[in-house]
Write a protein that binds this ligand. Structure first.
Ligand SMILES: [Zn+2]
Length: 256
């Protein structure tokens, strides 16, 4: 049966037939579009016909719209933004959008190639200065995620949130460390190294964590903040894929 499915998928890929197609509203280009996949791995191949976005980018933008419909008026920091999808919409429509990237040879907090140099584990933003932190498939590449979550919590304004995607590959299993940094900055590989594509590094980004649903407990243990895990399956919004969860860690408003 599996062999039959595989040969069917291969045939479809070779002939260019659509595996999945739908019409509807794209949250990242804000237009009525077609969504088409010619490859069964929808996470990377179920594309918007107009902006080329992928499902997790549309899911993230939809969650931003739902939780913070006033996002255009907020101070938004996005770490390691992409060159399409939600990153483009945020950059174009948000009044104060601060993209950042970690450049190892640049001073933290300085501008470089139109990006602010920031290390998520040691940010230069002031306490309670950011309304929304956005990250898209970044938190599986952090050597000290607890420190990064603490930095995000420190810099969030009360009422703000970290809205992010991260592949929860271990699902119900425990989150597992794949690699850690030793005190001398060398890397200790706990598991065989896996790399994801990185637009600013041809070597790719090392995966340091295989996260499971218990990521919300890791965040709580590090910061005391609660996190929503949202699963959207809506083919007419082009949101259908494996590892499609969007997480929202909320810093509560202080009641005075
Ligand atoms: Zn689109």
């Amino acid at each position: 049966m599996i062999k039959l499915l595989r040969s069917l998928l291969r045939k479809q890929q070779l002939t260019g037939e659509n595996i999945l197609e739908s019409q509807g509203h794209c949250s990242t280009c804000n237009q009525e579009v077609s969504f088409i996949a010619k490859n069964a791995w929808l996470r990377d191949h179920f594309l918007c016909s107009k902006c080329g976005s992928i499902p997790r980018e549309r899911a993230l933008m939809q969650v931003i719209e739902q939780f913070y419909p006033n996002w255009r008026d907020l101070i938004i920091h996005e770490t390691s933004p992409g060159n399409r999808g939600a990153s483009i919409r945020l950059a174009q429509e948000c009044k104060v959008y601060r993209p950042s990237q970690f450049f190892p040879d640049q001073k933290l907090g300085t501008e470089h190639n139109g990006m602010r140099c920031e290390n998520l584990e040691s940010m230069t933003f002031g306490d309670e200065s950011i309304d929304l932190h956005i990250s898209q498939d970044v938190m599986e590449h952090i050597f000290n995620p607890a420190k990064a979550f603490q930095e995000i919590a420190r810099t969030l304004k009360p009422g703000g949130a970290h809205i992010f995607t991260v592949p929860l590959v271990n699902k119900m299993g425990a989150s597992k460390l794949r690699a850690k940094m030793r005190n001398d900055d060398s890397i200790e590989y706990v598991e065989p190294p896996i790399y994801h594509g990185n637009p600013i590094d041809s070597q790719g980004s090392l995966v340091t964590m295989d996260w499971g649903y218990d990521i919300v407990k890791c965040i709580f243990d590090a910061t005391g903040l609660f996190t929503y895990t949202l699963y959207i399956d809506d083919v007419n919004k082009g949101i259908r894929a494996e590892y499609i969860e969007v997480l929202v860690t909320v810093k509560p408003n202080v009641v005075k």
